[in-house]
Design a protein around this ligand. Structure first.
Ligand code: FES
Length: 71
């Protein structure tokens, strides 16, 4: 892991204390396709919304830990 990768570790919706990995598991278990469907089961990404781009990328790519700022 290089310096850039250790600088940021973004792995959850802080406001609702829910990791992207937990969200991914919920989505897989319930065959959910998007954030709107996920929110019907688990409240995430509706407070500060800073996690939303990460949740959307997790849904697209399966990645659950991020080392860069995306907005
Ligand atoms: S970090 Fe997810 S709503 Fe604030």
């Amino acid at each position: 892991m290089n310096t850039e990768e250790t600088k940021y570790v973004i792995s959850k919706c802080v406001c609702y204390d829910t990791t992207f990995l937990e969200m991914k598991k919920i989505m897989k278990t319930n065959d959910l396709k998007n954030l709107d469907e996920l929110r019907k089961i688990k409240e995430v990404g509706t407070n500060c919304r800073l996690c939303v781009p990460y949740i959307e990328k997790m849904i697209r790519t399966g990645q659950t830990v991020f080392h860069e700022i995306i907005g």
